[in-house]
Design a binder for this molecule. Structure first.
Ligand code: AKG
Ligand code: FE2
Length: 241
């Protein structure tokens, strides 16, 4: 093993030891998911892991490795930014922080599978940075019937987020989608408003919980992720992303 890989492994081991998940918080999250279709848990992740993830995101930003997020088939830039204004980078285990984060989410995946028998089989996630003024209009993360994204997760990385910082995620009452998907203009009841505070994990059902990100006043950092089930469309296995 060369010294670079040795350093990487040492750092990953130290971070892993510093960031255990609390079993009772996982239980609480799963209970909420069963009863209300969403959950958010403050201080779910240790400061050590959150700080390492934020440092990783800042390193990626400094080398211009984030790209404007697209939406489905719309790649017209202006149209996309009228719906969402974040820049993203997919996690790929390139740093100890990403490796440890993905390992913790793997543990969560196993626990959810054990409790709910829903056969989640993989997790994909990206860093997201919302510059001041950016938002993400109300949407659902997957289409019913074609749903391979089953449970959405959002982890926030923002230390000392002020109450007037904006950028809250608003969760709306679950809705059944029509044949054309979810109607973005229907009026629906707000269920929860989540501050993007460092260490908070939010989870919700991907195909039935509409949500939005309110305009942020400060630069806002997060990791959006999805537990997936394999979906095959017309016999073709749907690839990740
Ligand atoms: O960052 C958030 O609070 C939610 C992001 C989101 O809805 C998404 O990326 O699909
Ligand atoms: Fe979303």
């Amino acid at each position: 093993m060369n010294s670079v890989t040795a350093d990487f492994d040492r750092e990953a081991r130290a971070l892993l030891a510093a960031s255990p998940l609390a079993p009772e918080r996982i239980d609480a999250l799963i209970e909420d998911l069963i009863h209300q279709g969403f959950s958010y848990q403050r201080d779910f992740f240790s400061s050590a892991l959150i700080d390492a993830l934020l440092a990783d995101l800042e390193r990626l930003e400094a080398c211009d490795a984030l790209a404007s997020a697209g939406i489905g088939r719309l790649n017209e830039h202006q149209l996309a930014t009228s719906i969402r204004g974040d820049a993203i980078r997919w996690l790929n285990r390139e740093s100890p922080a990403q490796q440890v984060y993905l390992q913790r989410l793997e543990e969560l995946r196993e626990q959810i599978n054990r409790a709910l028998f829903i056969g989640l089989f993989e997790f994909e996630a990206h860093f997201a940075r919302y510059p001041p003024g950016a938002f993400y209009k109300r949407h659902v993360d997957s289409f019913q019937g074609r749903a391979n994204r089953i449970i959405s997760t959002v982890t926030y990385l923002n230390r000392d987020w002020p109450v007037d910082g904006g950028g809250e995620m608003v969760l709306f009452e679950s809705q059944q989608q029509g044949p054309d998907g979810f109607n973005p203009d229907a009026s629906i009841r707000e269920m929860a408003r989540v501050l993007p505070e460092a260490g908070t994990l939010a989870c919700f059902l991907s195909d039935s919980v509409p949500h939005e990100v309110l305009p942020t006043r400060l630069p806002r950092a997060s990791i959006a992720g999805w537990f997936r089930r394999n979906a095959s469309i017309n016999g073709v296995v749907d690839p990740a992303r």
